[in-house]
Design a binder for this molecule. Structure first.
Ligand code: PFF
Length: 478
């Protein structure tokens, strides 16, 4: 594509990818999953996947975006033509679009909770409150579809506004203000945690490995989490990569993104568990860890309301910088494919994801049990959507690894990577064998254990998808 947009600065891709990677995954999901899955053992699988599988796939996904210089779906179509491979690989783009849409739908609802807690903290409503009051408050929020929908709407509309303003005025400028502020807040919260909490207990909880502590589903969660936290396998990184300067190094950038992302998760984990242990509270609270346990810890601490409020602002900012990267790939596709204006494209994606998000909203109250999702999949709509994304993201990553490692013309790939032969061969070995083997291993080990008709349903979807694709492939390319 001639004249395709590129970020204003060479380093903006790094900023944008870190903005996408660092989010609720680091601040909310990582600590609570670690708490539920026995600490260090979970982190071991998570960290191994990030470094052996995540970084190589991050490089591959960025490269696909940068060589095609288009949105993920159109970009994949373009690459299958120029590299003369099967058009079936285009499914990577579609799988990514579906995952982005599903993630955005629940991501915005959870971020909405943070909006509620920012308000509660800064108004001092929770100062001195006891455990029963705080947990009743969280339950009341979850029981109210109206309140949750309100916050969900505000959050998603704000994210839409940024993406609607375009990649320079909206995304780039937004990130340049938000990201430095987020890092400052994170450090402040860590120092506060060290002073007021029990950082030793936190560190020993996070870094003592006992692999037997990890349940079988914990493996899938740890791998799903490492893809989720790096925003991998779903087009967000590919879409941002399409605007990346040709001069920036793919390898160095990917390592930096993974490093910063992991560091933020560890720092957030340390800060949160310091406060939790310091207040003598439980770690295995699940999704309520950040919304019940943490406010409780803040309730009795000096300046707790202020630091707590600032902490939830951090959560919100990190969530916005991630949710915009979920909107971008689909919006860019609609602009390229249907010639829409950017505001039109963003509106379509966001309104659809907003409506889908209502399923998550009701999963916590009126549809908390006894729905068709419970009958078919043994879990609520929200839990089912989350499980799907835990499967789709590694699946997308697996396909990206295979596509980059086997299907693309390797001389072109080497040129785009722009590194020496040794690193190129190492990277290629990782995406050809190590990544696919690791993802398949975890899938084979864990997926059969998933209860309900999840597997037959996924199988049926796969068959329908393959059929639809084969119909399309028969038509001559437009
Ligand atoms: N990486 C984000 C987080 O850790 O919160 C979540 C996310 C953003 C996942 C964008 C996927 C994505 F494309």
């Amino acid at each position: 594509m001639s004249g395709h947009n590129v970020w204003t600065h060479k380093g903006t891709f790094l900023l944008a990818a870190v903005g996408s990677a660092v989010g609720l995954g680091n601040l909310w999901r990582f600590p609570y999953l670690t708490g539920e899955n026995g600490g260090g053992a979970f982190i071991l699988i998570y960290a191994l996947t990030i470094f052996a599988v995540g970084i190589p796939i991050l490089i591959a996904e960025t490269m696909l975006g940068r060589t095609s210089r288009q949105s993920p779906i159109m970009g994949m179509r373009h690459l299958t033509k120029t590299h003369k491979t099967s058009r079936a690989w285009e499914s990577i783009g579609w799988l990514g679009a579906v995952s982005a849409f599903l993630i955005l739908s629940f991501y915005s609802v959870i971020a909405g909770w943070a909006l509620h807690y920012t308000w509660l903290m800064l108004t001092g409503s929770l100062v001195g409150a006891d455990a029963a009051t705080i947990s009743a408050g969280f339950d009341a929020l979850l029981a109210s579809p109206g309140l949750m929908t309100l916050y969900h709407t505000l959050f998603i509309a704000f994210s839409a506004l940024i993406v609607g303003m375009g990649i320079h005025k909206g995304i780039e400028s937004g990130l340049r203000i938000m990201m430095p502020a987020l890092f400052v807040i994170l450090i402040v919260v860590l120092i506060y945690g060290i002073i007021n909490g029990d950082v030793r207990a936190a560190a020993s909880f996070l870094f003592t490995f006992n692999i037997a502590d990890l349940s079988l589903e914990g493996w899938l969660q740890a791998m799903g989490q490492s893809f989720f936290t790096l925003s991998l396998g779903m087009g967000a990184i590919m879409a941002y990569g399409a605007y990346m300067s040709s001069e920036a190094s793919l390898t160095r950038t990917a390592i930096a993104v993974a490093f910063v992302d992991t560091a933020v998760a560890m720092v957030a984990g340390l800060a949160i568990f310091s406060l939790v242990f310091g207040a003598g509270l439980e770690t295995g609270q699940g999704p309520g860890l950040m919304f019940v346990t943490l406010p409780l810890a803040f309730a009795d601490m000096p300046f707790g309301a202020l630091v707590g409020g600032v902490f939830f602002i951090l959560v919100l900012g990190a969530a916005v910088s991630s949710s915009i990267s979920l909107i971008e790939p689909v919006a860019a596709f609609l602009v390229e494919r249907f010639d829409m204006t950017r505001p039109q494209a963003v509106t379509i994606m966001v309104v659809a994801a907003w409506a889908m998000g209502l399923l998550t909203v009701v999963s916590f109250n009126i549809w908390a049990e006894g729905t068709i999702f419970h009958t078919l999949f043994g879990r609520s709509a929200f839990d089912f959507i989350e499980l799907l994304t835990n499967i789709f993201m590694p699946l997308g990553g697996l396909l990206i690894a295979l596509f980059a490692g086997w299907a693309l013309t390797q001389s072109e790939v080497m040129k785009e990577l722009g590194t020496n032969l040794t690193w190129f061969k190492t990277w290629r070995f990782l995406v050809r064998f190590v990544g696919p083997a690791a993802v398949s291993f975890v899938f084979l080990r864990t997926i059969p254990q998933v209860e309900g008709y999840v597997i037959p349903t996924l199988g049926a979807l796969l068959i329908v998808g393959a059929f639809a694709l084969s119909q399309r492939l028969r038509k001559p390319a437009a």
